[in-house]
Design a protein around this ligand. Structure first.
Ligand SMILES: Cc1cc2nc3c(=O)[nH]c(=O)nc-3n(C[C@H](O)[C@H](O)[C@H](O)COP(=O)(O)OP(=O)(O)OC[C@H]3O[C@@H](n4cnc5c(N)ncnc54)[C@H](O)[C@@H]3O)c2cc1C
Length: 560
């Protein structure tokens, strides 16, 4: 057996040796590494097992305000000061200039039509911008996962986690008395005993195989394929389509989504000029490509660019920094997320689609929950595991319905822009409540993600999906103008009790800044008086803690 024990300077003594448990975590993405570190800080003995090595490429890069709030809570609860700094672009750049990341001010969407350049129709353009932050300093980020995941592994080791890479696990036995993991490392046998095992192996599905957890993919409505890479020299949309009306932030410093007939493309710009981009294709979209079953990633990519001149112009000079990848299906979903002595992190349990960037936030929320379950040197109780399992199932369904609805809504941009408001209303309402400390921080981790458990929010994604299917007939039809108007009106009314940012108002022309005046006007939705809300506003601007950090040179649109 080959085992290297690395104790870093930050390692803490267990609070009580007798209470200390041995936890094995399989997979050292950001989620496995961060949870390993938290458990070590709590005093557990943690071994983190990785089949590969760091740094390594990983997909899933765009963070959100809810993700950053989770990072900040973890930072406060377990004194992880780097997590606090990584939760805002300005703090990140100031503290970790070498950890690569990208400025994300919000969510940008364009609708493209086959064979036609994107049309600048002024405020009538098929363009939707939703700001997620009021300035660059407290903005979200795109995580260059090779750097970020490596950082979290190093910090885990420094906190006392035993990290073993290049591990090939061949068996995992979970008994009522404990867990045994066996395999090899560097040609030597590996035989580990633990009190509990956490599967953070993502779609790798280590425990799914070992425990024969059945797939429940049939619960997931969404189906999509993916062609992706990282690129140099992707042009800014602002350079390709000139003269668009000014939005709440420069269009490109965002998670940029290009909606096309076949699905959509994400384009995430890092501050060093690299762009992560991928076409996410619906089954109907993929079927329109020649001989799609056997098509290469390169030919799919070329075919799609040939269909959309403005996207082609943006990628005209772009070069892939690694071979294009193709995955015929990116969804997975298991029937269970937890059981006696084992638990799955969300990405090992299920994945829907990158639309709305839910993965990182969901993973971090699960880390918070599990950390509470292991607090005080104990293992999670059966009730806690059952609660975790149930919540993950409801949340996976919720993400799926929202995203499946969005794919239906892609039939017409009015439908899409309206449907997206379900997401933005739910998450901005949750974010503001958290930032204003209206929810008890001790219970926040167990609140449902994306409106699960909130009677006003939970039914919306499903109701939206069903209404949309009546319009599109599940066949991509765009419906009549009256159908579309009806859907937009329904959305405005359906989100009303959670709509603190004047979403879904026609006069906004699909351009939504962080609107503090609207928030003050809607104070009652948060259960506050106008005065109470006005007094709380600095917490939303980040004013007390976060100095305005000058834009780093490469971010100035003029210099790109
Ligand atoms: C196309 C796409 C785009 C996405 N975009 C976004 C986005 O913009 N925003 C967002 O929030 N989320 C996004 N996601 C979701 C995001 O990728 C995941 O939420 C995130 O990667 C989860 O991180 P993780 O650490 O749990 O797992 P992973 O990143 O999957 O890490 C798993 C680790 O486990 C290791 N491993 C696997 N099997 C074994 C084994 N048998 N033994 C040991 N180690 C093993 C792997 O090598 C890897 O290091 C996207 C997902 C996809 C597919």
């Amino acid at each position: 057996m080959s085992r290297t024990k690395v104790r870093g300077a930050g390692a803490r003594a267990p609070r009580n040796r007798r209470e200390r448990k041995t936890i094995a975590i399989v997979g050292s993405g950001f989620a496995g590494s961060l949870l390993a570190r938290v458990l070590a800080v709590q005093g557990h003995e943690v071994v983190l097992l990785e089949r590969g090595t760091h740094p390594r490429f990983a997909i899933g890069e765009s963070s959100t305000p809810l993700a950053n709030l989770s990072l900040e809570r973890l930072a406060r609860r377990y004194q992880l000061d780097d997590c606090y700094d990584l939760a805002a672009h300005g703090r990140w750049v100031a503290r970790f200039p070498k950890l690569r990341r990208g400025l994300k001010r919000g969510f940008t969407f364009y609708r493209h039509h086959r064979g036609m350049p994107f049309e600048n129709a002024g405020l009538e353009s098929e363009r939707l911008l939703v700001a997620a932050s009021p300035n660059d300093g407290i903005a979200d980020t795109h995580w260059l996962r090779a750097d970020v995941d490596h950082h979290f592994v190093r910090e885990a080791v420094a906190a006392g986690v035993e990290y073993l890479d290049r591990v090939d696990l061949t068996a995992g036995d979970v008994h009522s008395s404990g867990v045994r993991l066996t395999g090899t490392r560097g040609g030597a046998a590996l035989d580990l005993r633990a009190d509990f095992v956490i599967d953070a192996s993502g779609p790798g599905g280590f425990l799914a195989r070992q425990l024969s957890i059945p797939s429940q993919l049939n619960r997931t409505e969404t189906r999509s394929a993916l062609v992706f890479s990282h690129f140099a020299d992707v042009r800014l949309m602002g350079d390709v389509v000139r003269g668009l009306p000014e939005g709440p932030y420069p269009d490109d410093w965002a998670a940029v989504h290009h909606i096309i007939d076949e699905g959509w493309i994400y384009s995430l710009r890092f501050d060093d000029g690299v762009t992560s981009a991928g076409f996410t294709l619906s089954p109907r979209g993929l079927a329109t490509m020649t001989d799609s079953a056997h098509a290469s990633a390169e030919s799919l990519w070329r075919t799609l660019l040939a269909r959309y001149p403005t996207i082609a112009a943006a990628f005209e000079r772009a070069t892939p920094l690694m071979p294009l990848g193709f995955r015929p299906r990116i969804q997975h979903r298991l029937a269970r997320a937890a059981g006696p002595r084992w638990v799955l992190l969300p990405h090992a349990y299920g994945f829907v689609d990158p639309l709305f960037s839910t993965g990182i936030a969901w993973g971090l929320r699960a880390i918070e929950r599990l950390a509470l379950c292991f607090d005080g040197g104990r293992l999670p109780s059966a009730d806690e595991l059952a609660r975790y399992d149930k919540l993950l199932g409801l949340e996976a369904d919720q993400v799926d319905r929202l995203v499946a609805g969005a794919y239906e809504a892609m039939a017409h941009f009015d439908l899409f822009a309206a449907h997206a408001m379900i997401y933005f209303a739910i998450v901005s309402f949750a974010e503001v409540r958290r930032r204003l400390d209206l929810d008890d921080p001790a219970t926040v981790p167990w609140r449902g993600f994306l409106g699960v458990g909130d009677p006003a929010s939970e039914p919306l994604p499903r109701a939206g999906l069903l209404r949309l299917r009546r319009i599109t007939r599940g066949a991509g039809r765009e419906g009549s103008a009256a159908d579309r108007r009806g859907y937009c009106d329904w959305i405005a009314q359906a989100i009303a009790s959670r709509n603190i940012n004047r979403f879904a108002e026609q006069e906004r022309n699909n351009l939504y800044p962080v609107d503090l005046d609207a928030l003050v006007d809607r104070h009652a939705l948060l259960g506050l008086t106008r005065d109470q809300l006005v007094r709380a506003l600095p917490a939303l601007r980040g004013a007390p803690r976060v100095p305005e950090i000058p834009r780093i040179p490469e971010l100035s649109p003029a210099s790109v």
